[in-house]
Design a protein around this ligand. Structure first.
Ligand code: F6R
Length: 646
């Protein structure tokens, strides 16, 4: 998704901005741009394609200054093109970068056109530049800084939707305005310099000290100081939740009226040190971040489990937050809400929550949940799962849930300072370290480990001490088991060649391995662009069997569990139609290679942790198929790492 970087410094900020953009490349984008203030002028350059192309352009034309903003765009309103790329400007005096969607941009655009503004792009963002210019011209204030802030606040009051913003004005060559509502933004603190970015990773080359803006905050940032203001009198989160709720019965969309006039008060936000080191620029010995992250899983799983079990095998539930113990004891059911890979983690967890904790569990995609008129059963714990903690739909679902009568909210997340973590009552951090590859790998398996731990924590009375201890030792054995699966990479690489000329693949699984198969199919389609669908194996003869012929690879996930015999019959059905079976199978399953049947043997592991172990070879398969196909593994087309717009 779109990425923002900004800087106010004594040195030339152009290289800082460009490096920041490069570090945001992993999020996915289609064009990039920069605007820098120098000698009473705003210089702007924009380019489609990679940041390197913008950089090449900048090398031909000197663009430098001590204040600037930059952006990578992931097209939503208007196609990828130079004229739609940010920054957007108004009257050569205002430059704006924006992440999010302005929902009332059409009505704002027509009222600005009536006032004489000409639009040069199809974007929703351009209205912000003209709106700001308009209010700046009208603003009356005792001094220049007050005028700038007053114009900014009035502009913000007209915006409905989600935004992280960076704005500079020609008459204020030391001031960088920024705001957040629904899209993340951090301020980076340097020595006599300040920065802004949509993700701390963009700024690790210049600082490791960050201030996370809260929803509704805006700030005036200069090289020496940053002043942050929060809204008083109306809760900006409530406003956001209102906007993201289902349509009212009258079906009225957001209009172009300003929000109720707000009072502002200066506020101190804590400075947080980023403790993961700067892993962004470094693929180490690996060809891609995705491969590096697949191989990091033993370490990531260990880090996820650290601090969650005492030496005596007791579950340390207090890490979830204050009052967690009492709260867990009163949970009667669980509602999980998430997107994509994180949704698949939730689907696996349902088997654990029901089987181990004996709790009814519903799992839903956030973009559906947030628009349903949900009925909340008493004592329901609302759980969100997210790698980034900034996924727009998951966040909106959480905000809605907070008004809907759930017992409490719990975020399972990889990013400690993220909105999801900060806004939930309880938090369970996965500690996988930054995930750069767009296709999620270590985030998924660590989410699973965290969810299994949570299921045991919720079911510990029912399970009894001995069973709890044995499940914890199964979890503790995971890093080593995953290591053994990673050793199978050369065999998996050889299998990948079979997919090179294929257009479709079926993935099959049963029980918790059905969502594992769904995740395998998602990985394959994301990075190799081969159409892949997952089915619960028992559903085969209810339709998908019609697709199977000798050109159809069918990937199955077959651990040695109570459903294995049933799965074997499903495999017979596939073979009888000529389907090419590629089975990820337990070494004790008793399946043999034969014509059209290729078995990749995996170690026997405890049933509960098998979904975690069996996910790993599927990741490796997708990775190697993508290599054969020659796709951009870390940045697959059309996709973004962190989906911060709806
Ligand atoms: C797929 C993938 C996505 C994300 C989804 C949710 O490989 O990464 O499907 O899982 O966009 O993102 P988070 O987990 O950040 O909420």
């Amino acid at each position: 998704m779109c990425g923002i970087v900004g800087a106010a410094s004594l040195r030339n900020v152009t290289p800082i901005l460009l490096e920041g953009l490069k570090r945001l490349e992993y999020r996915g984008y289609d064009s990039a741009g920069i605007a820098v203030a120098l000698a009473g002028q705003l210089q702007r350059e924009r380019e489609t394609g990679k940041v390197a192309e913008l950089e090449a352009k900048l090398a031909r034309r000197e663009v430098k200054g001590q204040l600037g903003i930059a952006h990578t765009r992931w097209a939503t309103h208007g196609k990828p093109s130079r004229y739609n790329a940010h920054p957007h400007m108004s009257n050569a005096s205002v430059a704006v970068v924006h992440n999010g969607i302005i929902e009332n941009h059409e009505s704002l655009r027509s009222s600005l056109q009536q006032q004489g503004y000409t639009f040069h792009s199809e974007t929703d963002t351009e209205v912000i530049a003209h709106l700001f210019d308009h209010h700046y011209r009208q603003a009356e204030a005792p001094d220049a800084e007050q005028r700038l802030l007053s114009a900014f606040r009035t502009t913000l009051s007209f915006l409905h939707g989600a935004y992280a913003l960076g704005i500079i004005h020609i008459e204020h060559p030391e001031s960088l305005l920024c705001a957040r509502m629904g899209s993340p933004l951090v301020i980076g603190e340097g020595s006599e310099e300040h920065f802004i970015a949509s993700d701390p990773l963009a700024l690790l080359q210049v600082t490791d000290r960050f201030i996370y803006l809260e929803e509704g905050d805006h700030a005036l940032v200069t090289r020496d100081a940053c002043r942050i203001y929060e809204a008083l009198g109306s809760d900006p989160r409530a406003e956001q939740a209102r906007q993201s709720m289902p349509m009212t019965t009258t079906g009225q969309p957001a209009g172009s009226d300003p929000k109720a006039v707000l009072e502002w008060s200066e506020v101190q936000r804590p400075v947080v040190r980023y403790e993961h080191g700067d892993q962004v620029a470094d693929k180490g010995e690996y060809r891609h971040f995705m491969l590096k992250e697949i191989h990091e899983q033993p370490r990531a799983l260990k880090a996820t489990l650290e601090g969650k079990v005492s030496d005596e095998g007791r579950l340390l539930t207090s890490i979830l937050g204050p009052g967690a113990d009492a709260l867990l004891a009163s949970v009667k059911q669980v509602q999980i809400v998430s997107c994509g890979t994180s949704y698949h983690a939730g689907l696996v967890a349902r088997y654990w929550l029901e089987g181990l904790a004996g709790l009814p569990c519903a799992v839903e995609i956030a973009s559906e949940f947030r628009y349903r008129h949900v009925v909340v059963p008493e004592g329901t714990l609302f759980v969100t799962i997210s790698q980034s903690g900034e996924t727009a739909d998951t966040l909106a679902a959480l905000r809605f849930a907070k008004t809907a009568g759930y017992l409490a909210t719990l975020a399972i997340c990889n990013v400690p300072g993220s909105s999801l973590v900060r806004e939930s009552d309880l938090r369970l951090l996965t500690n996988a370290g930054p995930e750069i590859g767009v296709a999620s790998t270590k985030a998924f398996t660590t989410q699973l480990a965290a969810l299994l731990w949570l299921s045991v924590a919720l079911g510990r009375e029912r399970l009894g001490e001995e069973r709890v201890a044995s499940l914890m030792s199964d979890l503790a054995a995971l890093p080593e088991q995953v290591e053994r699966v990673l050793d199978l990479e050369p065999t998996i690489e050889a299998l990948a060649a079979r997919f090179a000329s294929k257009h479709h693949t079926l993935f099959l699984g049963r029980g918790p391995h059905y969502p594992v198969a769904m995740e395998g199919a998602l990985k394959l389609k994301e990075i190799s662009y081969i159409h892949a669908e997952a089915y619960a194996a028992g559903e085969l003869k209810h339709g998908p069997l019609a697709l199977v012929d000798d050109d159809m690879p069918v990937v199955t996930v077959a651990p040695s569990d109570e459903l294995l015999e049933k799965l074997k019959s499903n495999l017979q059905e596939v073979r009888a139609r000529g389907g090419q079976l590629i089975n990820f199978v337990c070494e004790h399953a008793g399946l043999e290679d034969g014509e059209g049947v290729h078995n990749l043997l995996l170690p026997k592991v405890a049933d509960e942790v098998a979904p975690i172990v069996y996910s790993v070879p599927l990741q490796l398969l997708s990775y190697h198929v993508a290599l054969v196909k020659g796709t951009d593994v870390d940045k697959p087309r059309n996709l973004a790492k962190s989906v911060t717009v709806e």
